[in-house]
Design a protein around this ligand. Sequence first.
Ligand code: ZN
Length: 150
Amino acid sequence: MADNFYGEVLTDHNLHPLHKHELDCATCSQHGVNPSCGDDIVLNLQLHNGIIENGSFTGSGCAISQASADIMLDLIIGKTPEEADHYRELFMRMITGEITDDELEELEEAGALQSISKMPARVKCAALGWRTLEALLKAKEEQNEDIDKS
Ligand code: ZN
């Protein structure tokens, strides 16, 4: 039963990704690759007043990388970068098998990818969107620090 639900979540996000499109209003973009599988995505976010107001991704890759990026955007749109980073930390711990049940609940649909922790070869696929998010937020932060200094 549970496995079916998880399979359905993945299939649904893979066949009908809500966030896979160009984003004209994006304020920042980040390219991310997972060479071990050939997954290649660009993550776009529209950051405004300290909120991730919108986001999208483009590119190509395996079902897991694409579904994971789509589910990630579902979770982080409408949140602050700090909250998004919190989800990222939970997600990374989930796919390496180090998460509590309460934390898993926080991840909502993203919890569908928990079984990835038992497939080490696919961990990088599931992590790609989140790693790209981390790089994007880090670059953004450094940019802001530069603005503060000048
Ligand atoms: Zn992959």
